[in-house]
Design a protein around this ligand. Structure first.
Ligand SMILES: [Zn+2]
Length: 446
């Protein structure tokens, strides 16, 4: 559930016709010096370039000191362009005949991040950024352009990340973790993710950790009892989804939720990546001060639900969001209360009722766009699934949801497969499904 910055990223790459990230593998090592605010990175990127050049975006203050293609020195040029003030494009000239074939880009670069205020730090802010490298916090993600971003955002690739930090720092990323220990005053950790869509990282010398079998929480100032209760809640969510849908492969087998010591930053649950959620601790503490009942339970349950719901592809990406959102509401129903579940549905109904007449249908809604698109994908999608559950009854609905997941979990599917599968399960009631899928506008039922 990661919106504002993702939209910028899509615009960035649509405007610039970049290389594709599909089939790409990153193997990068970062050495980070928080006191100095600097980072140096070296690594290999295996990818396929469509044309005679390879183009990527990189943090504009970073200086490339080495660049080879297939082991041979390659020419490259910088351009400064695009809506992001912190990035510039790098165009690499490939060897003759390399277009369409696998290439290995080996690169080394270093620098300090542009200093840009956190999101929401000022009321009239034009541009915000949560990335940081300083003595208090390291926080890096795709919008930092701290690794060569091939784009567009949302395409998946394999990542292998190794991070070296001063001893005493705790670094957190998503995926399979290999702790390489501490030597010469440096702590080194490595993570790998087969199907990633970002290389996000947070580190602090002050992180405290509370963990269960399948959940790890990192925080600095959050009250310990709150974090302890959350660890139990999130474990219960994992158990609930596993019971309903069957086992899934969560990267690294755990979800890591990090309360990064930001003062402002992106709201609610922040950013979610495979196996990793990074939230602004300052915003949560503010919200808890204003309302002691404030909780990110449903937001985080939504991200956990994506460990199962991640096989909708292209236009069919709404399937991931509708199921993740609706299952987060079902987690509220099972683990919090029926009343809270009903208020979540009420929120969706209000959102959908406010859609304009020309809002697209679920069957045509694009993957990216504005608040209206988001309302169709998440809220109208959830209301449709709720209507399906009511039509089938809980028992048949959960059995079908399990089969749906088990049938398609290793494929990419679109609206057509959704319609066929759920239409068959609904039998003579299947006309309702077409109404939900094909009617645009603000109708909350066909
Ligand atoms: Zn989501």
């Amino acid at each position: 559930m990661f919106r504002s910055i993702a939209l910028f990223l899509v615009a960035f790459f649509v405007l610039s016709a970049p290389a594709s990230a599909a089939g790409t593998r990153y193997d990068i090592k970062a050495e980070i010096e928080p006191p100095a605010g600097t980072i140096s990175v070296q690594g290999d990127i295996d990818t396929v370039a469509a044309g005679p050049q390879l183009r990527f975006a990189l943090h504009r203050t970073f200086e490339i000191t080495k660049l080879t293609v297939n082991g041979k020195k390659a020419g490259f040029s910088y351009e400064s362009t695009g809506p992001f003030p912190n990035a510039r494009f790098v165009t690499v000239t490939l060897p003759e005949g390399a277009a369409g074939k696998p290439v290995r880009l080996s690169i080394a670069y270093h620098g300090a991040l542009e200093k840009i205020p956190e999101w929401g730090a000022a009321p009239d802010q034009k541009f915000g950024m949560d990335d940081q490298i300083n003595p208090k916090l390291v926080y890096l993600a795709v919008y930092s352009f701290w690794y060569p971003v091939l784009g567009p955002y949302g395409e998946t690739f394999e990542t292998n990340l190794e991070v070296s930090l001063p001893e005493g720092w705790t670094a957190v990323s998503g995926g399979d973790l290999h702790d390489l220990g501490t030597a010469n005053g440096r702590t080194i950790r490595r993570w790998s993710v087969k199907k990633n869509f970002d290389i996000a990282l947070s580190a602090s010398a002050s992180y405290r950790r509370i963990a269960t079998n399948d959940v790890e929480l990192y925080y600095v100032q959050m009250p310990e009892p709150v974090v302890r209760a959350e660890a139990k809640n999130l474990s219960d969510v994992m158990t609930l989804f596993r019971d309903k849908l069957g086992a899934t492969v969560a990267p690294g087998g755990v979800v890591r939720h990090v309360y990064a010591p930001l003062r402002y930053g992106q709201g609610r649950a922040g950013i979610a990546r495979p196996g990793l959620i990074i939230t602004s601790e300052g915003r949560v503490l503010d919200a808890m001060a204003a309302d002691p009942r404030y909780t990110l339970f449903q937001d985080v349950a939504h991200e956990i639900a994506h460990f199962w719901w991640n096989f909708g592809s292209g236009q069919g990406d709404w399937i991931n969001e509708a199921f993740a959102e609706y299952f987060s509401a079902l987690a509220v129903r099972e683990l919090v209360s029926e009343a809270e579940f009903n208020s979540a549905l009420e929120r969706y109904r209000k959102g959908v009722a406010g859609l304009p007449k020309d809002a697209p249908s679920l069957a045509t809604v694009p993957k990216d766009g504005n608040y209206m698109i988001w309302t169709v994908r998440y809220q109208k999608g959830s209301l449709m699934l709720d209507a399906v559950r009511q039509a089938m009854g809980d028992k048949a609905f959960f059995a079908a949801a399990r089969d749906f997941f088990q049938t398609y979990k290793n494929r990419n599917i679109d609206t057509a497969e959704f319609r066929t599968f759920w239409g068959a399960r609904l039998g003579e009631k299947k006309a309702m499904l077409n109404g939900w899928l094909d009617n645009g506008g603000g109708l909350s039922s066909p």
